[in-house]
Design a binder for this molecule. Structure first.
Ligand code: RNT
Ligand code: ZN
Length: 415
């Protein structure tokens, strides 16, 4: 009996179908954030990272140009199983024959090379306006600024990004998720909490008044609890973003680093699914704060994926990664986090969900605990290895050597 045959039998005994799990997983798109490769720098104005987010570490080999980032992405794609989309930020705009534009003037042509890159790989593109790392961020404010010139600049940026997103969807034939996140907030206690939120609401209304095809562009809105240097007040709080999403009929996005440390996104998913057609996630790993560590195959990542799978919501949740570690090899960081999301999804698909619900409903909590514990050590690794092999990517134990060679041959030569 091969290892996979053995695993198949064990899982069958628990009431789970290994082959079905693998077949389902290969159709689930995960949106790969482009910003792990260059520490969220981008290519447009290359300002220091602002917005209360921080990349820490100084590991050599950062991608410095679009070409280097694309090269790294290809390396990553060759080591990650499953269906991928590429998630770009507006700051990754590329000049067309030296014709670079500021954020309030970018258009499809500044992303033509990314479209080509995605099309050649049969991939969809997702997008994010970049409301940080730019001189027009004044006093840590963008869409909520009381300075009308600043606010208008960023509204125009948002409107441009909708146009670019629709272009992505039309060119690739795959809908584009456009995620809006602003860093706006105050370090210290504000006197007016309503004003900035009212202006943010007005700005979003103005951005979303651009006509766009809702079958092609899914606009999502990401909330946050606080940022570095913005500890006392966040304009785009959870209540604001959830309420705004409902009011406007757009999609709420939850980043699991954006809540108080004992609040779990895995517990929020079911409620959100009851009231929204679609929801979006940024999968990350917060360590004591929104630190954006590499995603691990840890309890919360597994629990998030279980909630998506057992609520039959794989088609209703936009899954994207969002982390940036500059203290280890960046390609390895990318690959590890993405493989772990895939692993957690596979793990969730291998739970006998129907049987477990029945146990809960018949109050067999003892049996349920035993089953959940035993499933932790069921022969999961064998299924994972088989899945990787079927997807033509290296198994565990094989890919790190590939990263080491790539580091020596490519990344360390970038000096
Ligand atoms: C910041 C948000 C946001 C960013 C990216 C770069 O706290 O999580 O999603 O990480 O847009
Ligand atoms: Zn995020």
């Amino acid at each position: 009996m091969t290892q996979l045959e053995h695993a198949r039998k064990v899982y069958q005994g628990y009431g789970a179908d290994v082959d079905k799990a693998m077949a389902v997983l290969q159709e689930v798109p995960v949106s790969v954030h482009c910003w792990q490769g260059d520490d969220v720098t981008g290519f447009d104005c290359r300002q220091a990272l602002s917005g209360g987010i921080q990349t820490t570490g100084n590991y050599p080999g950062r991608a410095r140009t679009p070409e280097e980032l694309m090269q790294d992405l290809d390396k990553v794609f060759s080591m990650v199983p499953g269906k991928k989309k590429l998630n770009l930020h507006a700051s990754y705009a590329m000049s067309e024959e030296g014709d670079m534009a500021d954020r309030d003037a970018i258009g499809p042509k500044h992303f033509a090379k990314w479209v080509l890159f995605a099309k050649e790989r049969g991939m969809g593109l997702d997008f994010n306006p970049t409301f940080f790392s730019h001189p027009m961020v004044k006093d840590n404010l963008t869409l909520s600024s009381p300075d009308e010139e600043v606010r208008r600049f960023w509204v125009e940026h948002g409107r441009r990004c909708i146009e670019i997103s629709q272009y992505f969807a039309e060119e690739t034939g795959i809908p584009c998720v456009l995620n809006i996140w602003i860093p706006d907030g105050y370090k210290d206690i504000p006197a007016d909490r309503l004003g900035p939120r009212a202006r943010f609401k007005q700005s979003l209304d103005e951005i979303l008044s651009v006509p766009y095809d809702k079958e092609k562009v899914y606009v999502t809105l990401e909330s946050k609890v606080f940022g570095i240097g913005l500890e006392s007040y966040t304009v785009g709080s959870a209540e604001f973003c959830l309420s705004y999403s409902d009011y406007k009929g757009i999609t709420p996005l939850m980043d699991n680093g954006h809540y108080h440390p004992t609040e779990m996104v895995s517990d929020k998913i079911s409620s959100m699914l009851l009231f929204h057609d679609k929801i979006a996630l940024h999968v990350t790993r917060p360590v004591r704060w929104d630190s954006d560590h590499v995603v691990l195959f840890d309890d919360e990542t597994k629990e998030i994926c279980k909630e998506i799978v057992r609520n039959d919501a794989l088609g209703r949740v936009f899954i994207a990664t969002d982390y940036f570690d500059a203290s280890i090899n960046r390609v390895a960081a990318w690959v590890m986090g993405l493989r772990n999301v895939q692993k957690a999804l596979l793990f969730a698909l291998l739970q006998p969900n129907g049987r477990m619900k029945e146990m809960q409903d018949s109050c067999d909590m003892t049996g349920l605990m035993v089953l959940q514990e035993e499933l932790k050590t069921a022969p999961f690794g064998e299924v994972w290895d088989a899945y990787c092999e079927g997807q033509g990517v290296p198994a565990d134990g094989e890919w790190m050597d590939m990263v080491r060679s790539y580091e020596a041959e490519v990344q360390l030569k970038r000096r």
